[in-house]
Write a protein that binds this ligand. Sequence first.
Ligand SMILES: Cc1cc2nc3c(=O)[nH]c(=O)nc-3n(C[C@H](O)[C@H](O)[C@H](O)COP(=O)(O)OP(=O)(O)OC[C@H]3O[C@@H](n4cnc5c(N)ncnc54)[C@H](O)[C@@H]3O)c2cc1C
Ligand SMILES: *[C@@H]1O[C@H](CO)[C@@H](O)[C@H](O)[C@H]1NC(C)=O
Ligand SMILES: *[C@@H]1O[C@H](CO)[C@@H](O)[C@H](O)[C@H]1NC(C)=O
Ligand SMILES: *[C@@H]1O[C@H](CO)[C@@H](O)[C@H](O)[C@H]1NC(C)=O
Ligand SMILES: *[C@@H]1O[C@H](CO)[C@@H](O)[C@H](O)[C@H]1NC(C)=O
Length: 539
Amino acid sequence: MKSSSQLTPLFHVLIIVVVSSSPLWVSAFPHEHQNFLHCLPEHSSKSYPISKVVYTPINSSYSSVLNFSIRNFRFSKPETPKPLLIITPSHVSHIQAAVICSKSHGLQIRTRSGGHDYEGLSYVAYRPFIIVDLINIRSISVDIVNNTAWVESGATLGELYYRIGEKSRTLAFPAGICPTVGVGGHFSGGGYGFLLRKYGLAADNVIDAYLVDANGMAHDRESMGEDLFWAIRGGGGGSFGIVVAWKVKLVPVPALVTICSTIKNLEGDAVKVIHQWQYVANKLHEDIFLGIVLTGGNTSTQGGIKKPTATFYSLFLGKVDELVATLSTTFPEFGLIKKDCLEVRWIESTLIIASGVFQTVESLKPLLNRTPSTIDSTKIKSDYIKKPIPKAAIEGIWQRLKAGDIEAPQLVFVPYGARMSQISESETPFSHRAGYLYKIGYMVGWKGQNLKAKNRHISWTRELYEYMTPFVSKSPRTAYVNYRDLDIGSNNKYGKTSYKQASIWGLKYFGNNFKRLVYVKNKVDPHDFFRHEQSIPTL
Ligand SMILES: Cc1cc2nc3c(=O)[nH]c(=O)nc-3n(C[C@H](O)[C@H](O)[C@H](O)COP(=O)(O)OP(=O)(O)OC[C@H]3O[C@@H](n4cnc5c(N)ncnc54)[C@H](O)[C@@H]3O)c2cc1C
Ligand SMILES: *[C@@H]1O[C@H](CO)[C@@H](O)[C@H](O)[C@H]1NC(C)=O
Ligand SMILES: *[C@@H]1O[C@H](CO)[C@@H](O)[C@H](O)[C@H]1NC(C)=O
Ligand SMILES: *[C@@H]1O[C@H](CO)[C@@H](O)[C@H](O)[C@H]1NC(C)=O
Ligand SMILES: *[C@@H]1O[C@H](CO)[C@@H](O)[C@H](O)[C@H]1NC(C)=O
């Protein structure tokens, strides 16, 4: 699909057009929603006819447009609720019309950028709804004079990295690891990657934004006000409006960086090294990221080894010799060797790390590919660690990773410290800062949509999460909103989630910032138009 939007038309004044005839595409739509279809062209620009970007279920492209950005097979079943229609805006007035008309006709909107929401919240709802799919709102303009970029929400991280890399070898952006993740949802929930210890989260580096609010009004930072601008940088997607574009600060990196991948297994000394890592990783120099991915199950063949393995990934903003020398004194137990490392451009490092295959790349073009190689069913949960966990707990994790009937479990250990500890808890809604040693993401993936397989894999994740209770953060047990998990707290699929219900996950995701998020929500969307199972509630 081609990107037909430009950054400049976003700032055009909304032109009101009145269309009186009944277009063909309206006729086959459910009778009670016909007025909604008539409403759309009345509120969008005449120069960009909205009828060209509306897909009702009778349109032969409806399912492929719906499927194109579904990233969790769990929510792609015939019985999964489907939208009344999908709008793929090519102009900001289409987004405004979608909001104004959905609001006046009692429909819900789910906004989709990259479609990676782990609970499918960007494309599944249990009340009559439409999808605003930002696939065509994805221009990127990189300004290497001022070291900034405007990036539209429908762009992927890979597209953003590629466009930065095209213009500069020494500029980067600190966002996520998987290139197919969408900017819209990712920035909304924080967004971390291998540069977090040096530069914080993606949301920490947003300096302006362009948003359509619950009244269909478009705002930049100045006109939306600092409260709303604060809330959209980590308060989670789908609560405050539709963010159309973000202005970000680009960050400096050396012309060559070092990346390394070191595999350890139980027959080696993985448990001991992981245990020791907890004391070291968060205290390393800010230029060093050293994270761990544990894999297991019956399909894991990380590095050709089919048993639980621990892969240590590092990114160093400098030369390999310096990294090896530094780690040999600060973390001798790890035993990093030069042959596990590559010196590459930052832009190459993003692709190599994402592909998991540690070799130099011929072309950067795969960063532009929006479709992952496989779409599995997945479930995720997350935890934060304040005190090193005992060796026995690491062994407990290891035992669980051996489960023969679990396909692709993966635990990701992300070290904090450095820049993450310097940013105050209330600077953005993302409150997990000083005092956290690292984060754990528990992910499990499986093929197909079989109910038994689903139950087995979800139970495995829940049991592991239960097992980890004594070792992780408490009161509240904190979690990462971009690792969306509907298990935490009850949620009301069909109606409004109460403040009390919401505060269970609200405090886990946002700590004390939850209260300010509710305050902002009351101010900017008092009728709770932008709503999903874990959206910020009104009072
Ligand atoms: C394979 C995979 C790898 C991942 N890797 C990382 C990683 O390395 N680091 C990390 O931090 N996270 C990672 N994530 C999590 C990811 O950051 C979140 O799932 C993120 O919300 C996805 O954004 P999206 O636009 O792709 O998703 P979507 O499903 O489109 O959106 C997610 C949520 O945000 C809302 N939303 C989307 N666009 C907008 C918008 N423009 N305005 C307002 N609300 C919006 C949606 O309605 C939904 O509630 C990963 C997820 C997956 C599936
Ligand atoms: C499907 O929708 C698109 C976009 O609105 C439109 O261009 C196309 O003509 C429609 N196709 C059919 C078969 O209705
Ligand atoms: C969309 O996905 C569903 C479920 O996987 C599948 O049944 C359907 O054929 C797909 N449709 C298209 C057009 O790809
Ligand atoms: C850089 O910033 C200045 C001042 O805000 C602005 O005038 C200019 O257009 C920006 N971009 C470039 C490429 O100079
Ligand atoms: C893994 O286990 C599941 C469930 O027992 C099974 O369906 C699948 O075929 C197994 N996969 C492999 C590669 O052994």
